[in-house]
Design a protein around this ligand. Structure first.
Ligand SMILES: [Zn+2]
Length: 417
């Protein structure tokens, strides 16, 4: 049976509107509703709310929520080798499920309905995504030093058999990075992604150490490495992209690939700053991600949006990256890369949205709602979150949240023993 919802008197683009959602799509946004549109519809009073696109997190490691605050105040190499990788080796599939649940709770509460996940035991993360009602691009992750040949082959088989995909979940080929997957294996994964029609996502040009080792081993930059192997195209996206040369930016822009910037994680790990003003000038496709909870240390896309807008102005001029453009980096730009018709409040688009409380002190006064949302507000202004036409948070409550926190605390206590 068709499900109808009317968001009544929502503040949108400067005026109050009634917005009709039929099943999982926006049916009427710009046109006035007819009396028949209200029939059999759930009417949601939005007279105190502005409607905003929900967030699409272009890069994270969801279950690392369990390692939030576990090791801080050190650079990436030491952080990974001495703290993160040895502890991750102890994580069981059950732990991954608990961590994914905590991460998705945090994402929903901060307005995110989609995430790109690079991690292990993906079947458990997929299960939690399905249960909690949001979307994800789940990585089938490859890293030579962290995997047996049998585990590698099992991942390849999994991708060939296309198991795990659904209406809200897609699989993505994810070589971890240039320093964990060599030339031969990277070439094989590019061929596999091409043959099986998957997108590729990886960490790229994150630190100066990566640039130096890539140059010593392959005589080129990480971007040139991917170009040489034929992997750089509109189906390729990369996280970080901090240390791009002028030539890298040109190559990347021409390829149609998408750069997912993670400014908070880069700043915290002292990896450097993505040259966002130059990237915009050179016409790169740009999205945003948070990276994991243990390097950020949250999954709040609103903070990331503000950080990139400020960084763009610091590196460019006060006019670089206006609020609405920063919002696109956190919403439709990421959805576009993954082929998801979402990230905008538009007729025909998937019904993913946020209801922002206009009585929140940071939304008052309201000369420009996008200005308030990008520069002034935080996630406490989000009253409700809708994904695929269904509310996953209402009145700031998510079903089962108390139990999710209890399980996460117990799991973290076991890990720290
Ligand atoms: Zn990452």
């Amino acid at each position: 049976m068709t499900k109808k919802t009317v968001l009544k008197s929502a503040f949108f683009e400067g005026s109050k509107r009634d917005i009709l959602i039929v099943d999982n799509r926006f049916e009427k946004v710009h046109t006035a509703l007819e009396p028949a549109d209200y029939q059999d519809a759930e009417i949601v009073d939005c007279s105190n709310f502005a409607i905003m696109p929900a967030f699409y997190n272009g890069h994270t490691h969801a279950a690392m929520s369990l390692l939030r605050g576990f090791a801080d105040d050190m650079e990436l190499g030491k952080w990974l080798n001495e703290y993160i990788w040895p502890t991750e080796a102890k994580l069981t599939p059950d732990d991954i499920e608990v961590g994914s649940r905590l991460a998705i709770l945090e994402m929903i509460k901060s307005g995110t309905v989609f995430f790109t996940d690079m991690y292990w035991h993906r079947e458990r993360t997929i299960k939690v995504v399905e249960e909690m009602g949001i979307r994800a691009a789940i990585g089938v992750t490859f890293a030579e030093p962290l995997m047996s040949p049998e585990a590698w082959a099992a991942n390849v088989d999994f991708l060939k058999n296309h198991t795990g995909e659904s209406e809200r979940v897609q699989l993505v080929v994810m070589p971890h990075a240039i320093y964990t997957v060599g030339e031969e294996k990277t070439a094989e994964l590019i061929e596999l992604a091409h043959a099986e029609h998957y997108k590729i996502h990886t960490h790229l040009s994150e630190t100066l150490f990566e640039i130096k080792t890539c140059n010593e081993k392959y005589g080129c930059t990480p971007v040139e490495f991917w170009k040489r192997l034929g992997g750089l195209n509109s189906n390729f996206s990369a996280a970080h992209c901090v240390h791009f040369s002028a030539s890298d930016r040109k190559i990347f822009a021409e390829s149609g690939a998408t750069a997912i910037l993670n400014p908070c994680s880069n700043l915290k790990l002292s990896s450097g700053m993505p040259q966002v003003a130059e990237m915009l000038k050179d016409g790169l496709k740009l999205g945003l991600g948070t990276d994991g909870d243990s390097s950020n240390n949250n999954l709040d896309m609103q903070e990331e949006m503000k950080a990139i807008a400020l960084l763009a102005k610091y590196l460019g001029t006060a006019e670089t990256l206006p609020a609405e453009e920063a919002l696109k980096m956190a919403t439709c730009n990421v959805a576009n890369f993954f082929g998801i018709n979402a990230g905008k409040i538009e007729e025909g688009y998937l019904a993913d949205c946020l209801l922002i409380d206009m009585n929140n002190e940071r939304m008052v006064p309201c000369y420009n709602v996008y200005s308030n949302w990008v520069y002034a507000a935080n996630s406490s202004a989000i009253d409700s979150v809708m994904c695929n036409g269904k509310f996953v948070m209402r009145g700031r409550h998510v079903d089962g949240e108390e139990e999710i926190l209890r399980e996460a605390r117990e799991c973290a206590a076991r890990l720290s023993k």
